[in-house]
Design a protein around this ligand. Structure first.
Ligand SMILES: Cc1cc2nc3c(=O)[nH]c(=O)nc-3n(C[C@H](O)[C@H](O)[C@H](O)COP(=O)(O)OP(=O)(O)OC[C@H]3O[C@@H](n4cnc5c(N)ncnc54)[C@H](O)[C@@H]3O)c2cc1C
Length: 377
């Protein structure tokens, strides 16, 4: 839609990160307009695996993940629905002694953040979860981790944000951003112009492109994690599962279907489209069946992929731009931003409005990619 709007905050991107930021700005009564190219939640936030886990995360993400985990328990109060969040626990599996050592190392480090996991060797693992295959070296169980429904979460955040007063404009792809007298002037492909004092870049895999429109060069590549789902099965895999090294992850829905992911599909970033690859699905299936042999008899009924921004250090870019005043970034979640997103929106709003947040972003801020200042002389 063409026309001109003036607001305090413009948010580019209506994934879970952008919708969470819009909700938290609206709670603070700050006028904000969110611009989404398609429908809110139509990209990574709506098609992901739905894992809500702290286990296995980089330590720099743990303060944010701890806060997000508390929020997932309170979704009813935040967005009027529990987003089907279930604290089923998360079981991380080691396929050899090297992966087992990695589980032990992480357990020690996470304890400093108050996260307790239960380590088991091969025999104890199969005694507790008899549907696991032979050949695993051990595992680490984090009882407070869980799973949620990605198809519900983002639309619910969008609805709550709009009800609290945020203006949500779907079908508006931003293609130009300039500095204006009051901050920023954004232009969409349909001719809408938005003037805003503050700009939040929550454009997911397109975050680097949005930053580049303002001369802020931040590295990220687009990837397409590959997913598939089985027919409903009678047996129960209670926790979410994942391998310690690069590999596969799976979870069973209350309906009985098993969702599994691993490998990559194909991305067309300009057209905002992606597709799964049969080779990736088959390679993942082989690994999944080694972990849960009963799955060898299951029919796969659908596969898909989603577009995700991945940074060189696999950590998101969250915080103030190192180059452009009043520009805030929150993108590049590198395959694990669904769990973090509710807290990311809250922290961005605290930083913009209060200048500080109780949640540390150390190691995640954009400044880590700023060019080093050459030494004098
Ligand atoms: C298949 C898959 C499985 C995953 N599994 C998990 C998991 O189990 N647990 C976990 O924590 N994370 C997981 N992730 C990662 C997680 O989904 C993402 O990190 C998270 O959803 C990112 O949210 P976002 O809001 O930053 O991005 P997105 O949801 O991609 O939202 C960005 C939005 O910006 C919009 N946009 C882009 N450019 C423009 C523009 N120029 N103008 C207007 N709008 C624009 C896009 O249309 C998009 O809707 C997975 C990701 C994928 C793809």
């Amino acid at each position: 839609m063409s026309g001109r709007l003036a607001t305090e905050v413009a948010i580019v991107g209506g994934g879970l990160v952008g919708c969470s930021a819009a909700l938290h700005f609206a709670h603070r009564k700050v006028p904000c307009v969110l611009l989404e190219a398609g429908r809110c939640g139509s990209q990574a936030s709506g098609v992901n695996f739905g894992g809500v886990r702290r286990q296995g995360r980089a330590l720099a993400e743990l303060p944010l993940a701890e806060r997000a985990r508390r929020m997932w328990s309170r979704m009813d109060r935040l967005v009027g629905h529990d987003c089907e969040f279930r604290p089923t626990g998360h079981l991380r599996l080691a396929r050899d002694e090297r992966e087992m050592a990695e589980l032990e190392r992480w357990a020690k480090e996470a304890a400093r953040f108050g996260i307790a996991v239960e380590l088991s060797g091969a025999a104890a693992l199969r005694a507790r979860w008899p549907w696991l295959g032979a050949g695993l070296a051990g595992g680490s169980f984090c009882p407070d981790d869980g799973q949620a429904n990605p198809r519900l979460a983002c639309p619910l955040f969008r609805r709550a944000a709009a009800a609290a007063g945020a203006e949500i404009r779907e079908g508006e792809r931003v293609h130009a951003i300039e500095r204006g007298p009051r901050g920023f002037v954004l232009g969409t492909e349909k001719g809408l112009e938005i003037e805003a004092r503050v700009l939040v870049n929550a454009a997911g895999a397109w975050g680097s492109a949005i930053a580049a429109l303002l001369g802020d060069e931040l590295p990220s590549e687009a990837i397409a994690p590959n997913m598939a789902v089985s027919e409903p099965l009678p047996f129960r895999i209670e926790p979410g599962l994942g391998t310690a090294g690069p590999g596969v992850y799976l979870r069973q829905l209350p309906s009985g279907s098993v969702i599994f992911g691993g490998g990559r599909g194909v991305v067309d970033l300009a057209r905002m489209r992606c597709r799964p690859l049969l080779e990736s699905t088959l390679a993942t299936l082989a690994q999944v069946c080694a972990i849960v042999p009963e799955l060898a008899r299951a029919l796969v009924i659908r596969s898909w992929a989603g577009i995700e921004g991945k940074t060189p250090d696999d950590l998101p870019v969250i915080g103030a731009s190192a180059k452009v005043r009043d520009l805030w970034h929150a993108f590049g979640f590198s395959g694990h931003g669904f769990m973090l997103a509710p807290a990311v929106g809250a922290v961005i709003v605290e930083l913009v409005l209060d200048g500080h947040s109780p949640t540390s972003l150390k190691g995640l801020e954009p400044v880590r990619f700023a060019e080093p200042v050459p030494a004098p002389g």
